[in-house]
Design a protein around this ligand. Structure first.
Ligand SMILES: [Zn+2]
Length: 60
């Protein structure tokens, strides 16, 4: 399908103003300070929230 009418320069540019990508959110682990994603386990120490900590297997 083709657009009925050509968009003006302003219309195209206003539409593109919503296309910018946002940096993924990051929080610091309160346990060790490493940057981690919110609501996920810390990659360094496994901390999730008070009372929940995952055991990490570091076999490298
Ligand atoms: Zn941590």
């Amino acid at each position: 399908m083709l657009p009925v009418q050509r968009k003006t320069r302003t219309q195209s540019r206003k539409g593109r103003s919503h296309q910018a990508m946002r940096r993924p959110a990051a929080v610091h682990c309160p346990n060790c300070g490493t940057a981690k994603f919110p609501h996920s386990a810390c990659p360094e120490c496994g901390y999730v929230r008070p009372g929940l900590k995952l055991k990490l297997s570091k076999d490298e």
